[in-house]
Design a protein. Sequence first.
Length: 100
Amino acid sequence: MSNRREFISKAATICLAGITAGKLTSLHADGHLVSESDPNAKALGYVADASNAKGDKFKAGSNCSNCALFQGGSGDVGNCPLFGGKKVAAAGWCTAWAPK
């Protein structure tokens, strides 16, 4: 670094970047429930209740909670990497469903 002013400026920028990244991570982790009207959800045929699923790809008994992509415990909702941090209903379903 050529001088103290430049060092302090860069150090402040790095600190602010770290704080911002931490906030974005917590927002991502606390994502909202995906809506059936979300463009990505529509493209994947997502429904919050698998009993409302339509089409040839739906197999009886399949839902988000028994999908290989579902990242959740035994609760009503969990994360799905296909929906960018938004949570999905455990009872939901989409065309990307794959057995665990």
